[in-house]
Design a protein around this ligand. Structure first.
Ligand code: FE
Length: 200
């Protein structure tokens, strides 16, 4: 500290002390304004339940149990939709029922039979995997899947899943961007992911 007079050094140290006290005060004020701490969540971002949506007019009970809705005569772009069913406490839900139904590539539902309808159960790790085709749009609706998700002995969550980047999304009053799947091109069509969160 050669060259700095003792008096100004003392003044400088006093300034540093005053500033740290002021800073500590600001920190305390910010902490007081913050929300009370929540308990540590079970996963990185404590999940909100998947939003509910209308069932629409075309649901049919007793769909066949199958993980692939592909069958002879069905045309369109293949898509695999996969993901996990989680509880709001972030636990995978095994043996959850997942029932999908959707329009064909020209936007029509099979209301006499069970084409493009099927249910499955999640694995021990809460996983599901559906193989089907990309549904077509129909008047008033953007491209979507219908789905019911139900944990054993719990009420069913009825909702719909959407595609990103669809022009129709902005025109469909039912569309909810929280229900947009992640969709990528795959070698044999498309690969989509969506994780459901149901109340536990
Ligand atoms: Fe529909």
């Amino acid at each position: 500290m050669r060259g700095i007079p003792k008096t100004s050094r003392r003044g400088f140290l006093r300034l540093v002390a005053v500033m740290s006290t002021a800073l500590a005060g600001v920190r305390t004020a910010i902490a007081a304004q913050a929300q009370p701490l929540r308990p540590t969540p079970g996963c990185p971002d404590a999940p909100q339940p998947t939003p509910r949506q209308t069932e629409g007019p075309y649901f049919k009970p007793d769909s066949p149990r199958r993980e692939s809705l592909l069958e002879p005569g069905i045309t369109g772009v293949k898509i695999v939709v996969a993901g996990v069913v989680l509880s709001t406490s972030c636990q995978p839900v095994p043996r959850a029922l997942i029932d999908f139904w959707h329009a064909d590539s020209s936007g029509a539902y099979d209301n006499t039979g069970y084409r493009l309808r099927g249910h499955q159960f999640t694995s021990d790790q809460g996983r599901y995997r559906l193989e089907t085709i990309v549904p077509g749009e129909y008047p008033g609706r953007t491209r979507h899947f219908h789905v019911k998700v139900q944990a054993p002995n719990r009420p069913a969550l009825t909702t719909q899943l959407y595609f990103p980047g669809e022009a129709g999304n902005g025109r469909d009053p039912i569309f909810n961007r929280e229900l947009v799947m992640r969709v990528q091109d795959a070698t044999d069509g498309k690969a989509a992911t969506f994780d459901f969160v149901i109340r536990s």
